[in-house]
Each structure stands twice: as structure tokens, then as C-alpha cells.
Design a binder for this molecule. Structure first.
Ligand code: PLP
Length: 404
């Protein structure tokens, strides 16, 4: 059992009022709020160990380097990667996917080679591949979904050809909440000698992920969606793969030697980390993971599931309610439309009641097209949300319904 009131005290923003109403923050899939300990860790790092890392002989630089590399090890432990060399710091999920799309395509894809995505992907797992398609003539194939918002695994199997080079799908959908069957997806791809990239932006905050257990080749996520700072994220890659991929960006840190005739590259993980990294953000990120570990990811998952069921049950009782995404295995995200109330109107009116939800296409326009809609209202929960907040939200949705 989680002591939610105790937990909420760690998040000062949750006591805020908007328009004179207590803030109800249900936009956690877009970004999560930060516990005091994360902000304090960042402040402490700036005040005590701020110096550029890796190249300094002086005390502060060495202390900052140690903090940054300890943060890498913290991430490694959190996702059960085999080595810290497999953890590349990036600006976030988006940059990590762009890195793989660019480097993997450069090294391993020719015109006519294929990458498999799914229809529920976030734009950040579509557009980087389209850029490569335009540059190199690779082909994108798309796994369809059923009415509940689950991947059609039979169709997935049929998409493989001898030209399939990689599968890149979300671990959990930011719109439907669907948690995709990662193990099956990976097994099938490996049977066709294709590596798999999982977009874990939504999965990591809500469930245990285990790189070695999954046997996944690449995994990406953002710190800001798991209570850490913005502008930080991770590319996990199996060391074998990362060794084989060419660098993504050039600059300082990623080189071994440079002359105008020839440059040799640094070893992992630095080969993929050009320029001064966010060595302060990384310590905040590490603290966020420690915070989540202290609460316990299994307890978080169980409680958030309770919130999801509690909200879903009540929404479903409303006349004219359409919920998008009813997968058997689902995370704490609900996308819905009520009668013909425009999602934007619903979002604006809920906002006036102090309730923050997200509206629109959620960076998943191909999925919206598949569903035959322009957008949804999306409520997404965290372990610091409560059933009382959900009651307020339900009352708010009913009130808006009454206005139309
Ligand atoms: N992938 C998924 C499934 C997401 O939900 C998001 C963000 O909403 C992203 C990728 C992009 O994450 P970021 O903007 O942190 O790079």
C-alpha cells in the first residue's frame, strides 16, 4: 500500500491552485512532475560539483565526472543492462530514435530494405524513419491494430521478408495505453535476424523493464516522463550493436584522436555522446530513478492500474462515451471522446475546473486516421494521483457533457 498523501508532499506543484481550484494533474503521459529530491539534487550539483567533465585533472571536474558516470550506472541497474557502456545519454527518446535510425540505416540498410513500425507509433518513431526513407530509399511497413487497440501479431509475422532489417515499435502506446507484447515481438524479429528497437517512453515510468530479460537490441526513453529533468534520455543498445554502429554526431568527447587527415572515435559509450553532456541533468535523472525505486515500481504499477480501472468504469457508464484503447494489457492512460463534444472544448472546460488533461492528436496522426478521428481527450495517471481526483474529473466531464 502506498501512502499517497505522504508521497504528494514530495511534489510541491501538486498543492498549487489554478483558477482558484486545486490542480488536478492528469497529463502525466506528456511529462511528470518532479519530486523535491530531484530538484534538490540538481541544485546541489550546480552549487557543489559544477565543472566540465571527463577532461579535467582538477578536483571539481573529477567529482562531476564521477557523479555523471555514477548516474549512468544507476540507469544501467534500473533497466538491468549488462554494462554501463550500453547506456548512452541523449536529449530524450526522440534524439535516441533519430540516432538509431540514422546510424543503423547508414551501416545496415540499402535501398529497398525494410523497417517494420506499428500504426500506434508516436511521430518520433515514424518521422526519423521517413527521413531515412527519403535519403536512402528504405521502405516502411506498418503493423495494424484490432478494435481494442492491440497489435495484430499474425499480420506482424506476415510483414517479414528477406529485406526486413529492423523492427521499431512502442512498448506502450501514449494514446491507447496498450502495452505491447515485447517478448513475442522480439522473438519473432530475432527469428528473422532483425534487431528490435522498443520505444519505452511510456512504459518505463509504469512497469519494470529488463534489458537482458527482454533480450531487446535497442531501448529508448526520456527522463522527464519518469520524474526526472527535461532534456535528458537514454539509448540502451546491446554492446555488440553499438560497437558496429557509426557515430551519429561529431564533436568533442566522441573522438580518440583528430587530425585533418583522419579522426578515430572514442570507445563506448562516448562514441555517441558528442559535446558537453548534461552532467547536471544526469544526476537529477539518477535521483528520479532512486525515488521510483524507493516507492517500488511494482507498487506503482498496481496502484496506477487501480486508478485506471476506477476511472474507466465510471467513464464507461456515461452515455455517448467512446474510449479508444481497451487492450487486455494496458497502462494508466485513457483516451476518450464524449458524444460529439470536441476534444478541445472538453480540455478547455476541464482546465477551468483545475483539471489538466491533454487534447489533440498526441503526436500520433496516423493512429488518429486509423481510428477515423481528429483527436481525443487524454487523461494519464501517476502514482501521486488519487481516486478523489478521479471523482472530481468524472464530475467535470459530466458537467461539460451537460453543457453540450
Ligand atoms: N514516444 C512516445 C510513445 C511518447 O509518448 C513520446 C512523448 O510523448 C515520445 C516518444 C517522445 O518523447 P520526447 O519528446 O521526450 O523525446
Amino acid at each position: 500500500m502506498l501512502d499517497i498523501q505522504f508521497i504528494r508532499n514530495d511534489f510541491p506543484i501538486l498543492s498549487k491552485e489554478v483558477y482558484g481550484k486545486p490542480l488536478i494533474y492528469f497529463d502525466n503521459a506528456a511529462t511528470t512532475q518532479k519530486p523535491r529530491s530531484v530538484v534538490e539534487r540538481i541544485e546541489k550539483a550546480y552549487y557543489n560539483v559544477n565543472a566540465n567533465i571527463h577532461r579535467g585533472v582538477h578536483f571539481l571536474s573529477q567529482a562531476a565526472t564521477e557523479a555523471h558516470e555514477n548516474a549512468r550506472k544507476r540507469v544501467q541497474r534500473f533497466i538491468n543492462a549488462a554494462s554501463p557502456n550500453e547506456v548512452i545519454f541523449t536529449r530524450g527518446t526522440t534524439e535516441a530514435i533519430n540516432l538509431v535510425a540514422s546510424s543503423f540505416t547508414d551501416a545496415f540498410m540499402e535501398e529497398g530494405d525494410e523497417v517494420i513500425l506499428s500504426v500506434m507509433e508516436h511521430h518520433s518513431n515514424i518521422v526519423p524513419w521517413q527521413l531515412q526513407a527519403a535519403r536512402k530509399g528504405i521502405t516502411i511497413k506498418v503493423i495494424p491494430i484490432n478494435a481494442k487497440g492491440e497489435l495484430y501479431l499474425d499480420s506482424y509475422r506476415e510483414l517479414f521478408t528477406e529485406r526486413t532489417r529492423l523492427v521499431s515499435v512502442s512498448h506502450m502506446s501514449n494514446v491507447l495505453g496498450t502495452i505491447n507484447p515485447a517478448e513475442e515481438i522480439i522473438k519473432e524479429a530475432h527469428a528473422h535476424n532483425a534487431p528490435v528497437l522498443l520505444d519505452g517512453a511510456q512504459a518505463v515510468p509504469h512497469m519494470q523493464v529488463d534489458m537482458q530479460g527482454l533480450d531487446v537490441d535497442f531501448y529508448v526513453f526520456s527522463a522527464h516522463k519518469i520524474y526526472g529533468p527535461t532534456g535528458m534520455g537514454i539509448l540502451y543498445g546491446k554492446e555488440d550493436w553499438l560497437d558496429k554502429l557509426p557515430p551519429y554526431q561529431g564533436g568533442g568527447e566522441m573522438i580518440a584522436t583528430v587530425s585533418f587527415e583522419k579522426t578515430t572515435f572514442n570507445e563506448l559509450p562516448f562514441k555517441f555522446e558528442a559535446g558537453t553532456p548534461d552532467y547536471i541533468g544526469s544526476t537529477g535523472f539518477a535521483e528520479a530513478l532512486e525515488y521510483v525505486d524507493r516507492i517500488g515500481i511494482d507498487a506503482i504499477a498496481a496502484y496506477e492500474h487501480e486508478l485506471l480501472e476506477y476511472a474507466t468504469r465510471q467513464l464507461k457508464q456515461m452515455e455517448g462515451m467512446r474510449i479508444f484503447g481497451e487492450a487486455a494489457h494496458k497502462g494508466a492512460v485513457i483516451s476518450f471522446l464524449l458524444k460529439d463534444t470536441h476534444h478541445y472544448d472538453m480540455g478547455m472546460l476541464l482546465d477551468r475546473l483545475g483539471i489538466a488533461v491533454r487534447t489533440g492528436h498526441h503526436c500520433a496522426q496516423p493512429l488518429m486516421k486509423e481510428l477515423g478521428i481528429e483527436g481525443t481527450v487524454r487523461a494519464s495517471f501517476s502514482f501521486y494521483n488519487t481516486k478523489e481526483e478521479i471523482d472530481q474529473f468524472i464530475a467535470g466531464v459530466e458537467r461539460v457533457a451537460g453543457m453540450f
